[in-house]
Design a protein around this ligand. Sequence first.
Ligand SMILES: Cc1ncc(COP(=O)(O)O)c(C=O)c1O
Length: 429
Amino acid sequence: MASPAPAALHESAFDVSSVRADFPILARTVRDDKPLVYLDSGATCQRPVQVLDAEREFLLTCNAAVHRGAHQLAEEATDAYEGARALIGSFVGAHIDELVFTKNATESLNLIAYVLGDDRFDRHVGPGDEIVITELEHHANLVPWQELARRTGATLRWYGVTEDGRIDLDSLELTDAVKVVAFTHQSNVTGAVAPVEELVRRARAVGALVVLDACQSVPHMAVDFHALDVDYAAFSGHKMLGPSGVGVLYGKAALLDAMPPFITGGSMIETVTMEKTTYAPPPQRFEAGVPMTSQVVGLGAAVQYLDKIGIEAIAAHEKSLVAATLAEFDAIDGLRVIGPNDNVNRGSAVSFVVDGIHAHDLGQILDDEGVAIRVGHHCAWPLHRWFGVAATARASFALYNTVDEVAVLADAIRRAQRFFGGTRSTGEA
Ligand SMILES: Cc1ncc(COP(=O)(O)O)c(C=O)c1O
C-alpha cells in the first residue's frame, strides 16, 4: 500500500485524471498486474490519443511527399506539414523560417556543430578558437562539440558543476577566443535550470554564439527562444508528447540564412547543373530528402495539446510533484538526491542514489512494483564521474503523473531497502 501524500502537497488545480484518460498506456498493468507508474518521461514521454489521431488522420487522408508534386494530396500534405511548423513556432517563440525539422535533438545539435566547422560560414570555428560547454551536458551536447574541436583545431572548455548539480558560474572566465557557448536549459540528470540570461550575457560580451539544448525544458515550462535571445536551440518530439523520429532545430533567421547546408540532395536546392548547385533558403536548405511528415503533423498536435492544457499549469503541476518527491525522499534514510534539494529553478527530473543498493538493482525492484524509472548514467557520464557515482536512479515526471504515484515510488524504494538490507555495493565510481 502506498503511504498517503504529505498533507500540504495536493494535486494542483489541474485535472490530472482527465489528462490521464488521454493516455491509454497509463491504464495498463505490468509485472503481475501492478498498475504502471511511468516515471521515465525524461527519456521519452507517452503520447495522447490526440497525437495518434492526428498522425492517423494525415496518413489516411493526405499522405504524400511534401514540397514536391502538383497533385492535391501533395498540396494538402505540404499544408499540414507547414501548418505544424507554424504551431510549433508559436509554441516556442520562433518564426516559421527559424525552425528546421531533423530526426531528433541529437541531429539538430550535430547539424549546428557540423556547419560551425564549415569555412563558408562567416561565424565558423577554427584553430585557436574555443568552444565552451558545461560538465552537466548530455552526451548529445558534448560529443558533437568534441568532434568540432577535433576537426577544426579549436579547444573545448567547460564550466564545472556546483555541489547541488548546477552550472558553476565561477569556474570559467570567457575570453574573446570563445566562439560558441552551448549548454542545457534543464539538466536531464539534476533537473537544474540554467541561468540562461546570465550565460547569454557572458557569451555576448565576448561575441560568442549561444546554443541551447532545450530537450528537457520545452515540454515542461514556457520557453520563448526570442525572449531568451539564444542563437540556436534543439529539442525532440518524443520528449514532448509527440512522435519519435522528429526533432527541431531553432536558429535565428539571419544565422540560418548565412549557413551552408549540412546534408545535401533533393528538396534543399534552388538550381542544379552538372557542375554546381545553389541552395534553397532556410528552412528547406536544411531539410534534404523527403522529410518525416506524419511525425511533424503529430508534433503539431502535441503542441496544440500542451497549449490547450496550458504550459504554465503543466509547470505548476510538475512542480507540485517534485515538491512531493523531495519531501518523500527527505524522509528516506540513506537516500541522496543528485541535484538541487530545493524546488527553486529546478525541473522535474529527480536523480538519486540509495546507500547500499546499486541503481540497477533499485531499478529492478521498482520495476517489480510497476514503477518505471531510468537507471544508469543517463548519457551524462562526465557528470556522474564528477559526483563520484557510476550510476544513479532517476524519476522524471510529466503532466500525467500524480502525487499518489510519488508515494508508490517512495514505498518501492523502502521495499528495496528492506530487500537488500543495505549490504550491497552502491556503485560508487
Ligand atoms: C538534455 C538532453 N539533451 C539531448 C538529448 C538527446 O535527445 P534525442 O535522443 O531525442 O536526440 C536528451 C535525451 O535524453 C536530453 O535529455
